[in-house]
Design a protein around this ligand. Structure first.
Ligand SMILES: NC(=O)c1ncn([C@@H]2O[C@H](COP(=O)(O)O)[C@@H](O)[C@H]2O)c1NC=O
Length: 533
């Protein structure tokens, strides 16, 4: 590959190579040597190169100073850094190099000590500290700053292109800029990992609120850093006039953002937000469960003896709204379920896996997006931007004391029989996925009416009852937060709901409980709340 004359290409005569990850190293060194490049290198990198029969100059020969302090000082020397940082477009820099007897480097190849991997392995703090690379980032940053004169390579995947560029007359200026930007991203990722660990683990702030589940300095450090990598540009955002892209958190456990798409049109912005809500809602249940989501709210959630049954029950909740929905399952999609879904216009289906033949059945619909994803994180910190800042909170998971029916208080009515209690537990879990104010009516392990996103609980109750129709009579109900007045509950009572679960905690709990009592409705108080905004 010959660089065009006006491309700013600079012939590579001398390369500095210092890499922890030795993959592809001998091939690169061989290619550089073949192109007439002199190679200078550190300790074990030099040994690997020499072992491949490629001539190499040890960096200690260049500096006249031994690598010392267990490798803490190898390349941190003016003879190295002057060679990297000289702006060879400038005559006075070249003259100074001459005076100092330093030759410039046109190529720097570095990758860093595996700090993140060492921390993840559970290594002791001293060992982690030893894996904080100092000399490597210094060279990378120096070379990236000096990209008008130097090419910098930090990723073994780029070696073949680098070798080709060198053989073709050197990197173009455009290539050196791209490489420099990648190099600064590499050191930025690295520094964020080190700074996060230092802040959260080595020197956490002392404040603790003391309450169970309360905010502590360790959960919410004085500084929070993360880096995101763009993994897709999207056709548009929430609306067609908004541009949008998908980024993946380089340190987080994989989730929907890393899902593999097996079939269908490109995922849209709204597919991702609905998909995330569906994915999480399905995994709020331990039995085979299906959640069907529209605009981040469930139009059907159900559990079943198998996934096909769960899907039938979830779909039956609100077939009108399920049209064009996003479906998620917490179990493998069976062929039986696939046949059912194939009959319904569905935007996206997300599952942990698909039985043999299920994808073929689903793919009969050209556009349905079929995704395989890893189970969502069971806990962790979630972020929400607000103007001028960011809110961080612990993820709301179904594991609070109040989510276990053993800890519920029977406020009034007869204790629920086994099936009723199962339905109450299901309704309570399903309600977590509904935007507040949330009222969810359920029967036989399936939602039958969902009221969501209203600014008062009475309207949510009306919505749930209207959607349930005749199915409200005999159903159970869950409310994501307490009834502030008896009015919302009364709507459910009037529709024939026979048992209700709610957090309790209103100053008017007595009035609410009295209304249930007067109607002969069983009411459990959980003491836990599941607002979702
Ligand atoms: N301290 C230094 O002067 C220094 N110079 C280069 N390194 C790192 O040493 C590693 C390569 O060492 P070796 O060639 O010995 O395997 C590279 O990951 C490089 O980033 C250094 N190590 C850590 O800071």
């Amino acid at each position: 590959m010959n660089a065009p004359a006006d491309s700013g290409a600079r012939a590579v005569k001398r390369a500095l190579i210092s890499v922890y990850d030795k993959s592809g190293l001998t091939e690169l060194a061989t290619a550089l040597h073949g192109a007439g490049v002199e190679i200078v290198s550190t300790g074990s990198t030099a040994k690997t190169i020499a072992g491949a029969g490629v001539p190499v100059v040890e960096v200690s020969e260049l500096t006249g100073f031994p690598e010392c302090l267990e490798g803490r000082v190898k390349t941190l020397h003016p003879r190295v850094h002057a060679g990297i940082l000289a702006d060879t477009r400038k005559d006075d820099h070249l003259a100074q190099l001459d005076e100092l007897g330093v030759a410039p480097f046109e190529l720097v190849v570095v990758n860093l000590y595996p700090f993140t991997e060492t921390v993840a392995s559970g290594a002791a703090p001293d060992e982690c500290v030893e894996q904080i690379d100092i000399g490597g980032p210094s060279m990378v940053r120096a070379a990236a700053k000096n990209h008008p004169s130097v090419g910098v390579v930090v990723d073994p995947a780029d070696y073949p292109d680098a070798a080709a560029a060198v053989a073709g007359g050197g990197f173009t200026l455009a290539q050196r800029k791209q490489l420099a930007a990648k190099a600064f991203r590499h050191t930025a990722d690295y520094d964020v990992a080190v700074a996060s660990w230092m802040t959260s683990v080595v020197a956490p702030s002392e404040e603790t609120a003391g309450e169970p589940g309360a905010t502590t300095g360790a959960q919410f450090p004085v500084w929070a850093g993360a880096t995101w990598k763009r993994s897709a540009t999207l056709r548009y955002g929430e609306n067609p006039h908004q541009g949008a892209a998908l980024y993946v958190d380089t340190d987080a456990a994989p989730g929907l953002a890393q899902a593999e798409q097996l079939h269908g049109k490109e995922m849209s912005f709204n597919n991702y937000t609905d998909g995330d809500a569906a994915w999480r809602a399905a995994y709020d249940h331990t039995e085979p469960a299906v959640a069907i989501i529209k605009h981040a709210n469930p139009c059907g959630i159900a559990v079943g003896a198998d996934i096909a049954e769960a899907h039938r029950k979830a779909h039956a909740c609100d077939p009108v709204s399920a049209y064009g929905g996003v479906i998620a399952t917490n179990r493998e999609v069976s062929v039986e379920m696939a046949e059912q879904v194939a009959e319904i216009f569905t935007e996206v289906i997300i599952a942990p896996s698909y039985a043999d033949g299920a994808v073929d059945v689903l793919s009969r619909k050209k556009n349905i997006r079929i995704l395989v994803a890893q189970a969502p994180a069971e806990s962790g910190i979630e972020m929400r931007p607000v103007s001028g800042g960011l809110l961080l909170q612990e993820r709301d998971v179904i594991d609070a004391e109040g989510d276990d029916p053993a800890n519920w208080t029977l406020a009034t009515g007869t204790a629920a029989d086994e099936q009723t209690l199962r339905d109450l537990v299901f309704a309570w879990r399903a309600c977590r996925a509904v935007k507040s104010n949330a009222i969810l009516l359920a029967s036989d392990g399936a939602s039958v009416g969902v009221g969501m996103g209203q600014v008062n609980r009475v309207d949510s109750a009306h919505l749930a009852v209207n959607r349930a129709g005749e199915r409200a009579a005999g159903a159970v109900g869950a409310s994501d937060a307490f009834f502030p007045f008896p009015d919302g509950l009364q709507v459910l009572i009037d529709a024939g709901v026979r048992a209700v679960v709610q957090p309790g905690g209103s100053v008017r709990d007595n009035e609410v409980i009295e209304a249930a009592k007067a109607a002969g409705v069983t009411m459990y108080l959980t003491g836990a709340r599941h607002f979702a905004h």
